[in-house]
Design a protein around this ligand. Structure first.
Ligand SMILES: Cc1cc2nc3c(=O)[nH]c(=O)nc-3n(C[C@H](O)[C@H](O)[C@H](O)COP(=O)(O)OP(=O)(O)OC[C@H]3O[C@@H](n4cnc5c(N)ncnc54)[C@H](O)[C@@H]3O)c2cc1C
Length: 486
């Protein structure tokens, strides 16, 4: 492999081929500390041509490639050799020797290439941080709506490769809906320039949408054309107290029926989610002193008159109260207070981590089924794991819940974790029976491969494998991710 590494150094400079353990460490460490991978080298190209050159070298030497952006993914997708089970996506395809894997970091491809104000689009390189793209849009007096708690460290290439969701999906859609065109380096090392800024283009198979959400298994995204929107002129936020999930569904329907064009987020949180935040982040003040089974966080935003969003938020809360759907509510009186509401919502994941970890889920359901699902899953879990605690929160308006399960109070979390696969199965089986999915946002990576096999039909998996084989016959691109080995 020395010869391979020397050629990589010649292509991108010695300083951009990291082979020392200490230099590689941050690239090989899983965000949640669950696993660590290994790689021959971390390669840091700075332009699309260099990416293509490196891919051709990897193909020549049969070195597997794991593309990496900000390494904020939550399913061990961006790290090679992070589990024993790495190998061929298909038994008919010879496996790349997986210890011969490199991380191809896209972070130096970080230029905003162009903004076309009248086409309402921006062309960015894959390694741009999401926050950098949001900022570039604002500076051009426009708005890029994708927003995640990891936006200061995740990249656009990663967002597209995982089809990221976040807090603005209800209004603007997820990463897929925000993308007009892509530039991709194929597993053969060719450059596909699909950087078209078109809203309509019916010219054969939709390769762009095949690459989005492919988790680096079909090629390397090097740049993208993204949609821009008018800047929001008014925003309003409400923190609502609810009796249960059924009331949340009623409130969501009322808001959608009456204020569809301005409702931009609808999040729910159960009592324990919020309690954990206040226990571990005492700097956040409670919105209500008294507890309640559920809370919702609603956001309205309007491109129209400055007071429009506030007006609609007020009206909704008033009628929901009159109809007996909600117990109480606070409408944020300032941007600062709205930010505090969001800070509580966004601190839930970290608060859970501080509380000793729990068994996480990222499920998607038809919105209408959420109350029945929650009731059914709570009952099933209580039956087998009495006193286990649910940290149920998420993007209810998108049908996406983080239905997480914590150990009973006083029980050792490590012992509880031994039941992880059974708990996953209970939650995912019930999700499936309600027409849902086990992964609404985070993807498959290494962690959800068994679920993919369990819940997708054989026909669907076969079609996916055929695409993988056709585009990447040597299984060079991120082997060991998405597919199980059989
Ligand atoms: C605090 C926190 C909050 C989060 N909130 C959300 C949320 O609300 N919604 C959500 O959807 N996710 C969320 N995530 C998950 C994560 O941030 C997203 O999945 C994000 O889109 C990953 O971007 P990244 O640049 O870090 O990608 P990475 O983690 O580096 O990679 C993710 C996957 O994409 C592939 N990949 C990366 N770049 C490329 C490329 N250029 N070409 C081809 N493949 C590539 C990798 O191989 C890997 O399979 C959150 C994570 C954290 C830590």
């Amino acid at each position: 492999m020395d010869h391979f590494l020397k050629q990589c150094e010649a292509a991108i400079g010695e300083e951009n081929v990291l082979t020392q353990v200490q230099d590689q460490a941050p690239f090989l460490q899983d965000r949640r500390g669950r696993s660590q991978g290994s790689a021959l080298a971390v390669l840091r190209p700075h332009c699309t041509e260099q990416v293509a050159q490196l891919v051709r070298l990897c193909l020549q030497y049969r070195v597997a490639i794991t593309p990496q952006g900000g390494n904020t993914g939550l399913v061990l997708g961006s790290i090679p050799n992070c589990e024993k089970n790495v190998g061929s996506a298909d038994s008919a395809v010879p496996a790349v020797v997986t210890s011969h894997a490199v991380i191809l970091s896209l972070k130096r491809l970080n230029q905003i290439r162009a903004i076309d104000v009248h086409n309402h689009s921006i062309t960015v390189e894959a390694g741009c941080l999401l926050q950098q793209v949001q900022q570039a849009a604002l500076e051009a007096d426009t708005f890029f709506p994708l927003s995640l708690a990891s936006e200061g460290s995740c990249t656009l290439g990663g967002n597209l490769s995982t089809n990221a969701g976040g807090t603005a999906v209800l209004r603007y859609g997820n990463a897929r809906e925000l993308c007009l065109g892509l530039e991709v380096v194929t597993p053969q090392g060719d450059i596909w320039n699909g950087l078209r800024g078109l809203r309509k283009d019916n010219t054969g198979y939709d390769l762009k949408n095949l690459m989005i959400g492919a988790e680096g298994t079909l090629g390397i995204i090097t740049a993208a054309v993204l949609k821009l929107f008018p800047k929001v002129h008014s925003q309003a936020c409400a923190w609502v107290v609810l009796d249960d999930v059924a009331s949340a569904l009623q409130l969501f329907s009322l808001a959608r029926e009456n204020y569809f064009s301005s409702l931009s987020a609808f999040e729910i949180m159960n009592a324990l989610s919020v309690d954990l935040v206040h226990r571990h982040f005492p700097q956040y003040q409670r919105v209500f002193k008294e507890g309640a089974p559920y809370f919702a966080l609603l956001e309205f935003s309007s491109h129209e008159a400055a007071s429009q969003a506030q007006l609609q938020c007020d009206k909704l809360i008033h009628s929901a109260y009159e109809l007996g759907i909600i117990r109480d509510a606070v409408i944020a009186s300032s941007n600062g207070q709205a930010q505090q509401f969001w800070a509580i919502r966004e601190a839930i994941s970290e608060a859970q981590a501080k509380a000793g970890g729990n068994i996480k889920h990222d499920i998607g359901l038809p919105i209408s089924q959420i109350p029945d699902f929650v009731a059914c899953a709570e009952k099933a879990l209580a039956l087998e794991f009495p006193n286990c605690r649910l940290v149920n929160f998420g993007h209810m308006g998108d049908g996406n819940l983080h239905f997480n399960v914590s150990a009973p109070l006083g029980q050792d979390a490590t012992a509880f974790f031994l039941h992880q696969s059974r708990i996953n199965q209970i939650v995912h089986d019930i999700t499936h029976s309600y027409g849902g999915t086990f992964s609404a946002e985070h993807g498959i990576g290494c962690l959800k491969k068994e679920e993919l096999r369990r819940y997708k039909s054989a026909t669907e998996i076969q079609m996916m494998r055929s695409i993988k084989r056709a585009l990447d016959p040597h299984n060079m691109m991120n082997p060991g991710k998405i597919f199980t080995e059989d």
